[in-house]
Design a protein around this ligand. Structure first.
Ligand code: 13P
Length: 257
């Protein structure tokens, strides 16, 4: 059986503020990781930078986007469809990020429609789930993850599920852009526990053969802690926010794999 390469995904969110800065960062990352053969690096910039990056991406780095609309096309002012993202060069797409759920009101139903649209367009979805601090403190983590998994994956068959990577991002561990800000962080044991839970929930939907589900971790990942989430917690990869905006730091995370 082919062992999957760890997936290291950069979620740039709404950064950086100009094409010049974005291109500089992108090129520095490509240069820094181009010899790394045992890892798959994906950069998800704001939509507007994607066409420029497609020309300089090369094999070392794949391009993803951070969202899409669920419809193929039509009168949806301001939206971009999954097929447009695919046409622009995206191979991956982040769906259901907690910031989309929180600031843009995305429900599990919306996330489900977007996952289906991405699969239909032939883009590999990175499906985000995770609990808030209040939910965690109220002992609701399991119920929240169950709701997000069941709602998000509704009607998606096992074959399509095999194309999805689940990103577990406990919302309480996500930084405001500074991965070294003092934040409560989950331990590798916490993450391992969540991973087992997610695999059980997925198995309830797809049966036991899905034990190989790809689950990556996100939340204040930096070069100092990345290894522990991969090696100790055994995650299939990482979804990196703030630290992916610093080329040197992000390249270190990739090399740490
Ligand atoms: P940080 O790495 O900045 O905590 O962001 C995590 C995240 O939300 C990635 O999608």
């Amino acid at each position: 059986m082919n062992k999957m390469k760890p997936l290291i995904v950069a979620n740039w969110k709404c950064n950086p503020t100009s094409l010049r800065k974005a291109k500089e960062l992108f090129e520095q990352v490509v240069e820094g990781v181009k010899k790394e053969k045992n890892v798959q690096v994906v950069i998800c910039p704001p939509f507007i930078y994607i066409p420029t990056f497609k020309q300089v991406a090369g094999k070392a780095v794949k391009i993803g986007c951070q969202d899409c609309h669920w419809e193929y096309h039509g009168a949806f002012t301001g939206e971009i469809s999954a097929s447009m993202a695919k046409d622009a060069g995206c191979e991956y797409i982040i769906i259901g990020h907690s910031e989309r759920r929180r600031y843009f009101g995305e429900t599990d139903d919306v996330v489900n429609k977007k996952l289906k649209a991405a699969l239909e367009a032939g883009i590999l979805p990175i499906f985000c789930i995770g609990e808030t601090n209040e939910e965690r403190r109220a002992g609701k983590t399991e119920a929240v993850l169950e709701g997000e998994i069941n709602g998000g994956l509704e009607g998606i068959n096992a074959d399509d599920f095999s194309k999805i990577t689940i990103a577990y991002e406990p919302i309480w561990a996500i930084s405001d852009g500074d991965p070294y800000a003092t934040k409560e962080m989950p331990t590798p044991e916490n993450i391992k526990k969540a991973e087992v839970l997610i695999k059980d929930l997925v198995a309830e939907n797809y049966g036991k053969k899905i034990v190989g589900a790809k689950i990556i971790y996100g939340g204040s990942v930096n070069a100092a802690n990345s290894k522990s989430y991969l090696k100790e917690a055994g995650m299939s990869g990482l979804l990196v926010g703030g630290a992916s905006l610093k080329a040197e730091e992000f390249v270190k995370i990739v090399k740490n794999v």
